[in-house]
Design a protein around this ligand. Structure first.
Ligand code: NAD
Length: 479
């Protein structure tokens, strides 16, 4: 125990007192990183900053562990437990990294510049700046897809950012408190206690499950007068939920939802969103209104404006609306020095956290080679400048240089898909033993928990998440 405590203290001490960093070096190229999500963060974590002056620009100055965001909306986890400040990563780098909390407005691939703006409420005098880059790592992710459906932005809650979780939590509590208000009409209680989730992808399914737990575990204790009136409905346009999972797991999820009294309306498409009801078209093409108290919108993602603008600047090569086209080395087509990764790209891989983080690690290895190459080129130039240089030393350096210039293409290794579906059950689709192993239930739930905890980036985050889970187990949620 003493050794383990000693090692733990040593690691935490080392983390809070990083070594002195090298200053920016004007002779080295500038590498600008846009984003602080899965792709950008895994890239930054693995990046060797020795050969570059690195600048990070992102509207939020932290990494958000999105798979656990639904747990924040119902108070299972505290917001700070699932974020990691970007500066926590950069302050451990060999060379100083500049981090700007700002939104990139424009990338000019011809001039090789990025324009970014301070979007905080307390703007100072300098709020828009344009800087040049030698290399750009473009990892801005994407935004919520609304398909242009009227009323979504005004009335629905999304599940993408930390602020969204806060909004959902407030809305849930407002609905319940208002339903419990003295003299509330029966019809209004039914509407307010109806929680509707649109989109039966993993986000919508996990959210419906999490919401169920909260309402079942806690609502009965805190609000016995309205708890029985609660209903959860999941609306999905396709014939079934979770199209990317195996048939067996889809069935398992649908039957678990049935047991948990979560109504699943498949082949039903939301056409319009009003302030108190969604307008849907069902399988028989009939249009009807479904009243709701809380509406959570989880119908997937689409490209951001900055990405669409960037594509429009290169219409000959950037021909996919879905995202940026890149080659096998994640180098963006038609843009010198630009690399793109994660959800803002259009590749053969699903837009998942797993893909983005593997791409980030891969890209850091590409930059490691670029750095090595630059170093060797300098060594070679120095050697050649010496009149009495050893020819075999020159030859060895040329060989090393050729090796550093050789890149292997990105290869994605799928580790499986996991999703929490409520009442301490999860589903796992795992590529094991040369086949797919599909599992649902309590064992999958334990696996889900341990996989997520081990994927959390820091010891601090792991400790906080485990402590939050323990707190809920002992004291319940604090509504
Ligand atoms: P998604 O695109 O996977 O699912 C959105 C769903 O909404 C689709 O099934 C679509 O048919 C439905 N839909 C769209 N418009 C609709 C409408 N008007 N009315 C009713 N239904 C409508 O989106 P997601 O769940 O946010 O996932 C996005 C990506 O992130 C996916 O690649 C997913 O695999 C990944 N992800 C994975 C996990 C996990 O593995 N646990 C969790 C979250 C997200």
């Amino acid at each position: 125990i003493l050794t383990a405590t000693g090692a733990f203290l040593y690691v935490t001490q080392a983390q809070s007192h990083p070594p002195e960093q090298l200053d920016a070096d004007p002779t080295k190229p500038t590498l600008v990183v846009l984003g602080s999500g899965w792709g950008a963060t895994s890239f930054l974590k693995s990046l060797d900053t020795d050969e570059f002056n690195v600048v990070v620009i992102s509207p939020r100055n932290y990494f958000l562990f999105t798979p656990l965001l639904p747990s924040v909306t119902v108070g299972t986890l505290e917001p700070r437990s699932i974020i990691q400040p970007t500066r926590y990563i950069t302050r451990h780098k060999k060379r100083k990294v500049s981090v700007y909390e700002a939104e990139a407005q424009e990338v000019d691939p011809a001039k090789k510049t990025v324009t970014f703006q301070d979007i905080s409420d307390v703007k100072g005098a300098a709020d828009s700046v344009t800087i040049p880059y030698d290399y750009l790592v473009y990892a801005v992710g994407c935004e919520n897809q609304t398909f242009g459906i009227k009323g979504v932005n005004e009335h629905a809650c999304f599940l993408k950012e930390l602020g969204d979780a806060d909004k959902v939590r407030t809305k849930i509590m407002d609905c319940i408190e208002t339903a419990a208000f003295k003299g509330q009409s029966e019809e209004e209680i039914d509407r307010l206690m109806h929680m509707v989730v649109v989109g039966g992808g993993p986000t919508g399914v996990e959210y419906a499950g999490e919401l169920h737990d909260f309402l079942i575990d806690d609502l009965k204790k805190w609000y016995p007068e309205v708890a029985d009136r609660l209903r959860i409905t999941l609306i999905e346009a396709l014939p079934n939920v979770l199209p990317a999972f195996s048939k067996q797991l889809i069935q398992y999820t649908e039957s678990t939802f049935k047991e948990n009294r979560i109504d699943v309306l498949t082949r039903t498409m939301v056409k319009d969103v009003k302030d108190k009801a969604v307008v849907v078209q069902d399988a028989n093409k009939e249009i009807r209104e479904i009243p709701y108290g809380l509406l959570v919108w989880a119908t997937g993602n689409t490209s951001r404006r900055i990405t669409r603008d960037l594509m429009n600047k290169l219409p000959q090569v950037q021909t996919q609306r879905r995202g940026l086209l890149v080659d096998d080395y994640l180098s963006m087509l038609g843009a010198d020095g630009v690399y793109a990764l994660g959800d803002c790209t259009a590749t053969s891989y699903a837009p998942t956290a797993q893909v983005a983080s593997q791409e980030g690690i891969y890209l850091a290895s590409v930059f490691h080679k670029l750095g090595q190459k630059a170093k060797l080129e300098r060594q070679l130039a120095d050697l050649r400048a010496q009149p009495a240089a050893d020819p075999s030393e020159i030859e060895a350096t040329v060989k090393k240089l050729n090796r550093a210039a050789k890149l292997t293409p990105f290869h994605y290794s799928h580790q499986g898909s996991l999703a929490y579906i409520g009442s301490e059950k999860a589903i796992a689709d795992l590529p094991l033993f040369n086949g797919n192993v599909a599992s649902g239930g309590g064992a999958a739930m334990l696996f889900w928990r341990s996989a997520y905890v081990s994927t959390l980036y820091s010891v601090r985050n792991r400790t906080l998440v485990l402590a939050d889970w323990a707190k809920v187990k002992i004291f319940g949620r604090w509504v």
